[in-house]
Design a protein around this ligand. Structure first.
Ligand code: PEP
Ligand code: MG
Length: 560
């Protein structure tokens, strides 16, 4: 095994010693029992749970941003009273604290696995909390990434838990390689945010022995084990040359013939504003406000919301800032908003803006806080709703925004029905923003968390390009702008195709902005249109890529 192939999700070349992140916490033996003092054993378990919760919170405070919200959510798992009770009952029956924790978490695990979707994907987070508690009880080292490594290393794992990645610094990690995860998975989003090359959905990755030198190409998805010095040199030089060319451009986004395409940033909170500015974002195309709500016992107060929104708005005086209302449920469950009823398919349930039907006070509170923030800043504030399926829903949202004093209301296009009837929706709102991550998930019936379905989540799928073109045409019919804020916008070649299909702005993780700006500046609008048409005539993602490239001559020296 000298080469592995996966999906490149964060560009660039990384080389270093492979460090396989294995959670080697021994499973406490099934028959393991305590010495008879259930009270003492129970206190030990409670102390360990609290120690782990506090440690996760402390890591969160150091990480800030989205990482903090995710780690706080994990800390809440450790402090869940139901779980503590479960563990106490098992200890009362005679089990040792470690075994009780193992079995207690196991019962919760089954519930999450049965729920599937985002909750199913949180199993890794729950397992991570369990292992940390058992490690404390057994007095063994906590699972985690190497601390104080002298040389950059390539982090290899089956999948990465937020606690593993939140504190990683790009200076120490040369690249990520994971066996699981798709292009829109947590690992991929974190890698792009950190600007670290990454390959996901890479079969065989978890079997790479720790200590193996690993060369990772986050553009092609190729992973080479024990490469020669010459191979490393060539790959590094090519990546460096490409990076210099790609980073050279500055200023607003535009095609070679001056057709303006605003380049905006996707952010999860004020903590990511600096990165957005550093990479030349002209504004914010997607402010994921749910990160302010995740991992909380109650909704943030109107004052706290207003302050968070205002901090972002003030960073872009006169610029565009698109704030998305709370996108909770399914993917992102909120502790204070349990689902109204049983949901066998949470991704198809009461999620996104549908939750506002059950909790209208949440939307009113959020819009009021945003309107207050907007009145104190010069940014052009736009607000959009996630998961909108019909023109009726779009109209209802726009009315609520007007009532709150926010005239520029839009919707995300991430459900195929919204793309199919784009013109009806465009008549009701001021703009569209296409969420290609969910649009692919729903168009192809392919869960975005499942690595094995990567091909179906490929944004080069011609059917997805058709839906994008339909949405853009529907918006244009009413003179409305139509941006893309899904991960598709971060692929510089696909970005040209999207512009050719009629997309009017592109929003992405800040480190992806320079490459998109550079590639766009090398092509005319007409070349983008021809590339878009050619890609739509193809019948597979590979053919679409190849067909589009024929019309994009500026790619030849970039090895993209
Ligand atoms: C999307 O679905 O493409 C999107 C941008 O929203 P999120 O990734 O937050 O679901
Ligand atoms: Mg979405």
């Amino acid at each position: 095994m000298s080469r592995l192939a996966g999906v490149g999700v964060s560009p660039g070349v990384g080389f270093g010693t492979g460090y396989v992140l294995a959670h080697e916490i021994p499973v406490p033996a099934p028959g393991s029992r305590h010495g008879g003092d259930a009270g003492t054993e129970r206190s030990r378990a409670e102390d360990a749970l609290e120690q782990v919760a506090a440690d996760l919170e402390e890591r969160g405070a150091r990480a800030g941003g989205e990482g903090q919200q995710v780690l706080n959510a994990q800390a809440m798992m450790a402090r869940d009273p139901g779980l503590a009770e479960e563990v106490a009952e098992l200890i009362a029956e005679g089990r040792s604290a470690s075994r009780a924790v193992y079995e207690g978490f196991g019962r919760y695990r089954e519930i999450l696995v049965d729920a599937g979707g985002y909750l199913g994907a949180r199993v890794a987070d729950l397992d991570d909390v369990r292992d940390r508690v058992i490690a404390v009880l057994e007095g063994v080292a906590l699972p985690g990434v190497p601390v104080g490594a002298a040389e950059p290393y390539v982090l290899v794992a089956r999948d990465l838990a937020p606690a593993d990645t939140a504190l990683l610094s790009p200076g120490v990690v040369a690249a990520f390689v994971t066996e699981e995860g798709g292009p829109t998975s947590h690992t991929a989003i974190i890698a792009r945010t950190l600007g670290v090359p990454a390959v996901v959905a890479c079969p065989g990755a978890a079997s790479i022995p720790t200590g193996t030198p690993v060369l990772v190409d986050g553009t092609s998805g190729l992973v080479r084990l024990s490469p020669s010095g010459e191979e490393v040199d060539i790959a590094r030089k090519a990546a460096a040359a490409r990076a210099v060319v790609l980073a050279a451009g500055t200023g607003p986004g535009a095609t070679a013939d001056g057709h303006a395409v605003p380049l905006l940033a996707n952010i999860g909170g004020p903590g990511e504003v600096d990165a957005a500015l550093e990479h030349g974002a002209e504004g914010v195309g997607l402010y994921r406000t749910e990160f302010l709500f995740l991992g909380r016992k109650e909704a943030p107060s109107p004052q706290e919301q207003e302050a968070a929104y205002l901090e972002v708005l003030r960073a872009f005086p006169g610029g565009q800032v698109v704030v998305r209302t709370l996108d909770a449920g399914a993917d992102k469950p909120l502790a204070f908003l349990p689902p109204a009823g049983e949901e066998p398919n949470p991704a198809l349930g009461e999620r996104g803006s549908r939750l506002f039907r059950i909790h209208p006070e949440l939307m009113t509170g959020q819009l009021t806080a945003l309107a207050r923030a907007a009145s104190q800043a010069s940014a052009r504030v736009r607000v959009m709703a996630p998961m909108v399926a019909t023109a009726e829903e779009a109209a209802r949202f726009a009315a609520a925004c007007r009532e709150a004093g926010l005239p520029s209301a839009g919707v995300m296009i991430e459900i195929p029905s919204a793309a199919l009837r784009a013109s009806d929706l465009a008549a009701e709102v001021a703009f569209f923003s296409i969420g290609t991550n969910d649009l692919a998930q729903y168009a192809f019936a392919a869960d975005r968390q499942v690595g094995a379905l990567t091909t179906l989540q490929d944004a080069w799928q011609p059917a997805l390009l058709d839906l994008v073109a339909m949405a853009a045409a529907g918006a244009a019919r009413h003179g409305r702008p139509c941006g893309v804020c899904g991960e598709a916008a971060a692929d510089p070649v696909l970005a040209c195709v999207l512009v050719g299909l009629g997309v009017t702005s592109l929003s992405m993780a800040p480190p992806s902005l320079p490459a998109v700006r550079a590639v766009l500046a090398r092509h005319t609008q007409q070349q983008c249109v021809l590339a878009g048409q050619a890609a739509r005539r193809a019948v597979s993602p590979a053919q679409a890529r190849a067909a589009a490239r024929e019309h994009l001559p500026g790619l030849t020296d970039l090895a993209l």
